[in-house]
Design a protein around this ligand. Sequence first.
Ligand SMILES: NC(=O)c1ccc[n+]([C@@H]2O[C@H](COP(=O)([O-])OP(=O)(O)OC[C@H]3O[C@@H](n4cnc5c(N)ncnc54)[C@H](O)[C@@H]3O)[C@@H](O)[C@H]2O)c1
Ligand SMILES: [Zn+2]
Length: 375
Amino acid sequence: MPSPSSEVHSIDVSLGDRSYKIEIGTESIDTFSDSILASLGDLTHALVIADAAVENPWAMTIASSIAKQKTPSGDDIRVNLIAVPSGETSKSIGQLDTLWQWMLESSADRRSVVIAIGGGVIGDLAGFAAATFTRGIRFIQVPTTLLAMVDSSVGGKTGINLPTAKNMVGAFWQPSLVLIDTSVLSTLPDRSYISGLGEVVKYGVIDDAPFFEWLEANAGKLLDRDDNAVRYAIAESCRSKANVVGEDERETSGRRAILNYGHTFAHAIEATAGYGQVLHGEAVAIGMQMAAHLAIELELCDAELLKRQTALLKACGLPTTYAAADPDAMLPVMKRDKKVSHGNLRFVLPERIGSVTLLGDIKEPNVTKAILACC
Ligand SMILES: NC(=O)c1ccc[n+]([C@@H]2O[C@H](COP(=O)([O-])OP(=O)(O)OC[C@H]3O[C@@H](n4cnc5c(N)ncnc54)[C@H](O)[C@@H]3O)[C@@H](O)[C@H]2O)c1
Ligand SMILES: [Zn+2]
């Protein structure tokens, strides 16, 4: 009987010559250097870029186990490690410049490989540094927050913020491998972990009714951070995201937009609350509630969907209402959303559990009503 920690989920992201694997285990960090060598046979130089909060022990453990490995010709593998200050403000041109200079000083070349260890901030920043250094070097994602494990580490969107515009500069740059060890979540605060569950529930609604049912039955285990349940939820989430990204890698066909379910409302909640007040996954949970209300109003789905979504979000410890929601403040933000074309309000709306549709030309009074329904 294998121990729970020996079970590793492996998921393929199929993108032609940019395809890669996502490996999800528990207490698997000691095997990361083997996985890295197996999938990037010619590794000679690793550039480990870590969030300062996970430098010790996670990033140092990975860096030292890579340093013990040899290249195929028996040479030592060079490893450089840099810690980046935690927080969204590190997704800046200043930090990017620091990384570029550090890569240069570390004698990085086109065969060097970036290993990003941290949450979405580090994945986006280090991924963009990899995308741009000598016009692009390989990189590996080692996500350490639940949000990064189920969302930001998969799909190849990298980038930084401008002072007044989030994610405004970046590149599509797929990782060569994504390595997930759920043990690193042990140091993640509850609020951040639960916020990540907001994105997990999202996948059930947009793409996967059986997974939604599994979540209804297993929300308690997820809240208790049961290893088997957490690995399964991450694996199913990554599978959904990989499928969507495989169909629309560069957000050109519209399919990838379904990943934004709840997000037009969520971005407006985050912006009007002041960034950091409401965590992203919490805002997504409330945003999905607003979207479901809007879908009922437009007769796209029945009230049963909202009832099940509400119950599941609550069972995951997520908010389902937001007393401070102010349509007059939120609507202007929604109209400026990158995904809105020429002021035409478009939303990803549920039709049934497991299926959503993208609808344009939504009238403002309907949006206002949906927001007020969640106050
Ligand atoms: N590229 C994409 O497709 C994509 C998708 C979604 C979000 N994002 C981006 O991701 C970012 C948000 O990601 P996030 O929520 O992971 O935030 P984050 O990277 O800021 O991490 C949240 C906090 O947790 C700390 N932390 C990380 N791992 C930890 C651990 N194991 N134990 C203890 N503390 C830990 C960090 O230091 C930070 O303070 C945003 O910048 C967002 O734009 C990108
Ligand atoms: Zn999100």
